[in-house]
Design a protein around this ligand. Structure first.
Ligand code: ATR
Length: 280
């Protein structure tokens, strides 16, 4: 029930209609008995700044931000967490009563929580990690790994210049490699993360020599549609432990919920099952 005291939060994206975030947050709100609501916002391609600036003052408590506005979200904020600054992007904006906008990035938290849940024997400090891709998703993953203490991250990308730019932005622990050198990196990595857009919507897996990975190397795909991507399917056929993108999506939502509604999400809701139902 919407009352005069309902706290409003939401998600901004383009397109936003298929976002799972309203499903997750509203299920948590209902289970926690919080007087709040979580709604979608879809500004046009140039309308993000106008929307965000219009929400200054806190009539809407905060928003998650998704593709293609995460970089714009960081730019519009008055203050940003280290996670958001390192990732170069924000997926959470909180609108303070004094008019300021605070930016955070919980995607990195989601990524590492997903590993902790689905590959509990893996640890970020164990050794090098390979990230495939050099776009916004890849930068977020590399930033999260570095902040969590990864000793080295190889960024393998089809367009080497983009991997080099990412490495230059994030420091000496990040090393750029052309696609042709992937095998060497994969064979020495404790985990491999697909952060390319290949495989999105059921397309081809990125052409990476997964057979060169060590038997215990964890293979993760940030794509969650389909849940088992061609990339993860290949890893499973090789017997590698895998982590899926849906777990990351669900886990990044947890600190967002707390930022908006002031309480952690109730543990008893099986949001993963709920998300799977809506993906089907
Ligand atoms: P996002 O913000 O979601 O990361 P992006 O910035 O468009 O999206 O980046 C997409 C990434 O996927 C890039 O690293 C791209 O490689 P290029 O820089 O060479 O374009 C990578 N990518 C897309 N399709 C790919 C494919 N079929 N094989 C390998 N890499 C692919």
């Amino acid at each position: 029930m919407i009352t005069g005291k309902t706290v409003v939060a939401g998600v901004v994206g383009r397109p936003v209609a298929h976002s799972l975030s309203p499903i997750l947050h509203n299920a948590w709100l209902a289970a926690a008995g919080i007087d709040g609501v979580y709604v979608p916002f879809a500004p046009d391609a140039h309308g993000f700044e106008r929307l965000a600036n219009g929400l200054r003052g806190g009539a809407v408590r905060g928003v998650n931000v998704t593709v293609p506005f995460k970089e714009a979200a960081l730019a519009v904020a008055d203050r940003a967490s280290e996670a958001a600054r390192t990732a170069g992007a924000a997926n959470v904006l909180v609108f303070e009563a004094d008019g300021r906008i605070l930016a955070d990035n919980t995607d990195g938290y989601g990524l590492l929580r997903a590993f902790a849940v689905q590959a509990p024997r893996w640890d970020v400090g164990l050794g090098p990690v390979t990230v495939l891709g050099a776009g916004g998703a890849a930068r977020g993953a590399v930033a999260a790994l570095l902040l969590a203490g990864a000793p080295k991250v190889w960024v393998v990308n089809r367009t080497l210049a983009k991997a080099e730019a990412l490495a230059a932005a994030l420091g000496p622990k990040v090393v750029a490699l052309p696609w042709g050198h992937a095998a060497g990196a994969l064979s020495a990595s404790t985990a491999v993360i697909n952060a390319t857009s290949a495989g999105l919507g059921g397309g081809e897996a990125p052409d990476a020599p997964l057979e060169t990975t060590q038997p215990q190397a964890v293979v993760m795909d940030m794509v969650y549609k389909p849940l088992v991507t061609p990339f993860l399917r290949r890893a499973m056929e090789l017997g590698r432990p895998v982590v899926d993108g849906l777990e990351m999506l669900v886990r990044q939502a947890e600190p967002s919920f707390e930022a908006f509604f002031g309480a952690p999400p109730p543990a008893e809701v099986d949001v993963r099952a709920l998300a799977l139902e809506h993906l089907a």
